[in-house]
Design a binder for this molecule. Sequence first.
Ligand code: HEM
Length: 151
Amino acid sequence: MLYHDAGLSFLHFTFAFILVGALAAEAFILRLPVDSRVAKLLVRVDAFYGLSALLILIVGVSRAIWGATGWDYYQAQPFFWAKLATFVAIGLLSVQPTLRFLRWNKAAKADAAFVAPASEVKSARRLVMIEVHLIVLILLCAALMARGIGG
Ligand code: HEM
C-alpha cells in the first residue's frame, strides 16, 4: 500500500506541476501580440494544460478512493469538496480561452498575416489570470483537506 500511495502522490504532484506550468506559460504568452507563431504555441501549451488536468483528476480521484487514507476520510472533508468545486470552476473558465486559441490558430493557417484582435487577447488573458489565482485556492484547500481541518 505504501508504494501504491507514494506512486499516486508522485503522479499527483507531477501532473499538478505540469498543469500550473502550462497555465503560467499561457498567462505570459498572452502578453504578446498573437500572430500565427504565437497562436500555434498557445494551442500546444493549452494541450499540455488540458491533458494534465484530465490526468490530475483521474489520479486525484484514484488517490481519494484507493490511496492509503481512504474514501471515508475524504468524502467527509469539506475542503476536499471545495477543492474539487474549484477545480471544476477552473475547468469551466478554461473553455473560452481554449476555443479562442483554436479559432486564432485556424485563422492564422488561412492568413499568414493574421494577428488576433487585442480586445480578444485581453479578455482571454483575464480568464487565464482568474484561473491562476484559483489554483492558489486549490492549494489552500489541499493543505487543509490533508490535515482534516474543517472535517
Ligand atoms: C490543479 C489541480 C490540483 C492541485 C494543484 C493539487 C494539489 C495538491 C497538493 C499540493 C496536495 C498535498 C496536500 C498536502 O499534503 O498538504 C494534494 C493532495 C491531494 N489531492 Fe490534489 N491537487 C489538484 C487536484 C486534485 C483533484 C482534482 C483531486 C481529486 C478529485 C485531488 C485529490 C487530492 C488528494 C486525495 C490528496 C491527498 C491528500 C492527503 O495527503 O491526504 N487533487 N493535492
